[in-house]
Design a protein around this ligand. Structure first.
Ligand SMILES: [Zn+2]
Length: 69
């Protein structure tokens, strides 16, 4: 079930150039890898959950401003 959305990336052809760290997602609890060293006490999310948890919809409800610098 978890496989199937990776068809765009042939990850048996190339090794990842970045160093990846094994960790467990703090949301769904599945094993994943992150491109940074997991810090104790901070939640780490897999890619799917990271998308859910990223603070993107903070201003998205009112349809006004989407970007601010
Ligand atoms: Zn997750």
């Amino acid at each position: 079930m978890a496989y199937g959305d990776d068809r765009n990336r042939g990850f048996r052809d190339n090794r990842e150039p970045r160093e990846m760290f094994d960790t467990t997602c703090s949301d769904c609890g599945k094993e994943c890898q992150v491109p940074f060293k997991p810090t104790d006490g901070r939640p780490v999310y897999c890619r799917d959950c990271f998308q859910k948890h990223r603070p993107a919809d903070r201003d998205g409800g009112n349809g006004g401003r989407r970007q601010r610098y």
